[in-house]
Design a protein around this ligand. Structure first.
Ligand code: PLP
Length: 452
């Protein structure tokens, strides 16, 4: 190992506090130190290449260091690095807003910028809340969320989240919500039968019961469309999102779609909502928006929501919210360049053979002894490992089987990051079929070794 790697590891160990990481364990094993990227590969300080199976935590779209986005970012750095949207408009944020509205579900015409997925959701929540204040319904202050949901780590975003292991310690800080069951999650009392149709039916029935009982005090419903990401890549039944939209309409509840993980082609369409022909009232975008280049987020909404905030200044209908780096021009330039690549590379059209291959390989993994479930939606795959396939008895989380499989996968040149005992497959969308084969072969071998 190069001397330089050791120096960087030492600096990291001494001073960097890593996210979602038990640092006492981190300090015990020297980490890989990433230095460069090339297509779907990350290259460490010793020159080793790692196939990036999780797209730099669900952000990368066109591969690392894509020449077209690199050029756009460099061009923008030499023109304007940052100004502000407080009191000024900007070339890049204006252009990007126009493009986002063109590609977004029809009816979303207003773009509020921030810089990460959690803030995009905070904005969505505050927007929905304040909307009802202006609509003369000040009692509509509550939110419906889903069990097992993840919307980010800031206090409001945690409040509408439902992953106890992350959120429980902060519970006294969080506002309460009406928590609806999530279909197919295998984590709730409604579907122990594993009867998918019954689970879907009962989840929707329970959601409707909540709405019928609480609509008059409810501002909005928050949902990850098609797929709960951090909750374990839980794929919703077909038609579920559309039914949720209908229920929100019936009870006059604003529908907030968190497309932070699934937006920008991940599920096979530009947005997950497109798959079900749904337009939410508010939509949060981040992760893939800059193709994984820079922190940027956008909360989109309708003319109707926007109009509720219009009035004389003294009426105080202003949306008093903003972030310093809102609409950063370099980030917006990267996002625009990424959207150009979607067109010139016909990226969405290129996905079906890869989605088919992923589906087929996942079906094959189902046969392994300790695979309790495989899940798939577009370019997302998940393999849930269990101690006992018949009873679905999980591995105790303390055994960290998911982490061990991902460490084993390094022997096959893969970089992976699990969610508990769920192995996540979430590669850059430009991954080739050959690279997908490497990825799936490595995952299969690693699961066999660790659980065998
Ligand atoms: C990652 C994620 C977030 C939070 O985004 P950050 O940029 O990490 O704050 C919110 N919602 C979903 C669905 C996510 O996957």
């Amino acid at each position: 190992m190069a001397e330089r790697t050791r120096e960087l590891q030492e600096l990291d160990r001494r001073h960097v506090w890593h996210p979602f990481t038990q640092m006492s364990e981190w300090e015990a094993t020297p980490p890989l130190v990433m230095e460069r990227g090339e297509g779907c590969w990350l290259i460490d300080t010793d020159g080793n290449r790692w196939l990036d199976g999780v797209a730099a935590i669900w952000t990368n779209v066109h591969g690392h260091c894509h020449p077209h986005i690199n050029a756009a970012v460099k061009r923008q750095v030499d023109r304007l690095e940052h100004s502000t949207l407080l009191g000024l408009a900007g070339e890049q944020p204006a252009l990007l807003a126009g493009r986002l509205v063109e590609i977004a579900p029809k009816g979303l015409t207003k773009v509020f910028y921030s810089d990460n997925g959690s803030t995009a959701m905070e904005i969505a929540i505050k927007m929905a809340f304040q909307y009802w204040q202006h609509q003369g319904c000040p009692e509509r202050t509550k939110f419906i969320s889903f069990k097992n949901a993840y919307h980010g780590d800031t206090v409001g975003a945690m409040s509408v989240g439902g992953i106890d292991i992350y959120h429980e310690v902060f519970r006294p800080l969080l506002f309460p919500t009406f928590a609806a069951p999530s279909p197919y999650c295998y984590r709730c009392e409604l579907c122990p039968s594993r009867d998918p149709q019954r689970c879907n039916r009962e989840c929707l029935a329970e959601l409707e019961r909540i709405m019928a009982a609480h609509a008059v005090e409810t501002a909005g419903l928050v949902i990850e469309p098609l797929l709960q990401g951090a909750g374990g890549m839980i794929v919703q039944p077909e038609g579920f999102l559309q039914r949720v939209r209908e229920l929100c309409d019936r009870y006059g509840i604003l529908m907030i779609a968190d497309e932070v993980a699934v937006g920008f082609g991940r599920t096979g369409t530009m947005f997950a909502c497109d798959r079900e022909g749904v337009t939410p009232d508010i939509m949060a975008l981040s992760k893939g928006i800059t193709a994984g280049y820079l922190p940027l987020a956008a909360t989109l909404t309708t003319q109707a929501v926007y109009d509720a905030f219009l009035g004389e200044y003294r009426e105080l209908k202003t949306f008093f919210h903003g972030h310093t780096f809102t609409g950063n021009p370099i980030a917006c330039a990267a996002a625009l360049a990424s959207l150009e690549l979607f067109e010139t590379d016909r990226l969405l059209e290129s996905l079906p053979p890869k989605m088919d291959y992923l589906k087929e390989r996942l079906a094959g993994l189902r046969a392994l002894d300790h695979v309790g479930d495989v899940r798939n939606c577009g370019m997302v795959g998940a393999v849930e490992l269990v101690r006992d396939r018949e009873t679905r008895e999980p591995y105790p989380w303390e055994e960290r089987v998911g982490v061990r499989v991902c460490l084993e996968a390094r022997r096959h040149g893969l970089f992976l990051r699990p969610l508990g005992n769920v192995i996540v497959i979430f590669p850059p969308l430009t991954i080739t079929l050959d690279e997908m084969k490497l990825l799936l072969d490595g995952i299969e071998a690693s699961i066999r070794t660790v659980t065998g």
